[in-house]
Design a protein around this ligand. Structure first.
Ligand SMILES: NC(=O)c1ccc[n+]([C@@H]2O[C@H](COP(=O)([O-])OP(=O)(O)OC[C@H]3O[C@@H](n4cnc5c(N)ncnc54)[C@H](O)[C@@H]3O)[C@@H](O)[C@H]2O)c1
Length: 343
């Protein structure tokens, strides 16, 4: 009975591809009680609720908000609806978990952050990878100093993608890489430039291939390649440091993260420097043991704990806003043929 009393009553809005994953995890989590699911599409709604007889299917988002037994709403609807639905939920006194990206504009994301603050409610964004064991381990290794001074971050997230109709490939895929970078570094880049091209939906100018370059102003550069047209699926994330480097391959079934004790050593010897300036260091490669668990499982649990214990979520509205600011700068740069945008 006591455990039940601590459960947070949650409703999920949007029962599509990703919403069904949220529904499954909220239904399974011992810290939450899934009370309702909402989707404007009746057929999707019935299918999503079929396995959960105690969950009420609701077609109107507003009727969810009128329910006094709903404490928190998780929103997995198309990106353009994130800000209006999120704001309506916060205004109705509900804690909100929003899908990535937090909003489709800086103004929308800022309005959500402000509304959560004014109403003393939790606002969290689903930056899923932050709750996965590989990113958690990368963060520990970076913070311990084992990787040393960072030289570069290089990420590739390409495959034949699920086309989104309201956002381009940057707003769809890059939030994953940008949220990982934001979590690892804890700071915004000084400037961003990006190039992109439209092949499939030229009429609506929806870019399906894009390259982003983030300059942190101190020699550290990050590049992200996102692509919905690649015949092969690649999920590589490399962090290069002056001591060691990290290679994260999310498609590896077992050894997703590898630590390379490899790099260059610059000679301090004046005579040697006139000849060979650098020598190569090839040390060990090892793969840390990582807990095998679904990131979304930890994420929904964390959301419930933040509400119950009045804690700030790891991926709070501010984190979502920082990612949206980078996406917005990248979008403006694409439209200006790669012009560098300061943040
Ligand atoms: N975190 C991740 O790894 C991840 C992965 C995929 C998608 N997403 C995000 O999830 C969100 C949804 O993406 P998807 O691929 O599931 O899309 P989808 O089209 O499969 O599902 C969206 C659902 O929202 C419903 N909907 C639309 N407007 C609504 C409204 N006003 N009220 C209630 N329901 C409404 C639609 O009927 C549909 O069923 C997007 O924001 C996307 O960026 C996140």
């Amino acid at each position: 009975m006591q455990a039940k009393a601590r459960q947070v009553a949650v409703a999920v809005a949007g029962a599509g591809y990703w919403g069904t994953n949220l529904i499954r995890n909220f239904a399974a989590c011992t810290k939450t009680r899934l009370v309702a699911v909402c989707d404007i599409d009746g057929a999707r709604l019935s299918k999503a609720c079929a396995a959960y007889p105690s969950v009420e299917p609701v077609q109107e988002f507003e009727s969810l908000l009128r329910r006094s037994d709903v404490e928190a709403v998780a929103i997995a609807t198309p990106v353009r609806t994130h800000a209006p639905l999120g704001l309506a939920a916060l205004d109705a006194g509900k804690h909100v978990l929003l899908e990535k990206p937090l909003a489709d504009s800086v103004g929308g994301a800022q309005a959500l952050v402000n509304a959560a603050r004014q109403n003393h409610l939790k606002l969290m964004v689903d930056h899923t990878f932050i709750f996965g064991a590989p990113v958690r381990r990368m963060k520990t290794l970076l913070d311990s100093g084992e990787i040393g001074e960072l030289y570069f971050i290089d990420s590739v997230r390409i495959n034949l993608g699920l086309f989104q109709h309201d956002v381009n490939v940057v707003w769809d895929l890059a939030p994953h890489d940008l949220s990982i970078i934001d979590h690892l570094l804890g700071r915004l880049p000084a400037s961003v430039s990006a190039c992109g091209a439209c092949h499939t939906d030229r009429q609506h100018a929806i870019e399906d291939v894009a390259h982003l370059n983030l300059d942190f102003g101190d020699g550290l550069m990050a590049s992200c390649h996102v692509n919905w047209l690649s015949p092969v699926k690649i999920r590589h994330f490399i962090v290069g440091g002056n001591k060691k480097s990290l290679v994260y391959n999310d498609l590896e079934p077992a050894e997703k993260l590898k630590v390379y004790d490899r790099g260059i050593t610059i000679s301090q010897d004046e005579d040697a420097r006139r000849g060979v300036l650098v020598s190569y260091r090839t040390g060990d490669v090892w793969s840390p043991h990582l807990e095998q668990s679904e990131p979304l499982r930890s994420l929904v649990r964390h959301f419930a704990e933040c509400i119950r214990d009045d804690r700030t979520p790891l991926t709070d509205g501010e984190a979502g806003l920082r990612v949206v600011r980078i996406l917005d700068a990248a979008q403006r740069s694409i439209k200006a043929q790669g012009e560098r945008m300061t943040l």
